[in-house]
Design a protein. Sequence first.
Length: 188
Amino acid sequence: MAAQATFRIGELVVHPAYGFCRIARIERAHVRDRLEDCYVFRLGSARNSIKTLISVAQAEAVGLRRPITRQEADAVLEVFRMAATPLEPRTKEQLDDVSARLNSADLLQVAGTIRDLVAAGVKGWSRASDGAFVNQRRSEQAMLTQALGRLIEEITQVRRLPRKAVEGQIRKCLERWRKRDKAHATTS
């Protein structure tokens, strides 16, 4: 039996790894050796688009969701103002956990993970590349930069603000927190 489609053709949705997507159509496709209804998206540019399918039955598990509300965007921004617990994954399993958290459909978790990685010194949020990063740190930086980009894109759309304004709000929160943390560390 086919799963009931939650989203409609033409609806704007958010994929945790791809960001905003518009459902082009729903079609039957072979998934795990059987026919299933799938949402079809076109990613990329009009000249170079990629057809992406997500099973209707697996859409929720993948994290496909509607865009957040203005109130939810405000709650996400508030997470950046909260104190952080520096997050420094040291094993492959911990790095995989960070990746899952950054690709979560829970934007509060995504924002908290970004904040905690920044507190640990990952610099992807500032777009500043540091040649001293080891490979693992580069991986953290790339994941953080991608997750932050998707988060900023969504908040920009929801709050109808210029991208630079949203980036500035987040940067100000994180820099203010980092300065407070550094001052606390020197007085301890």
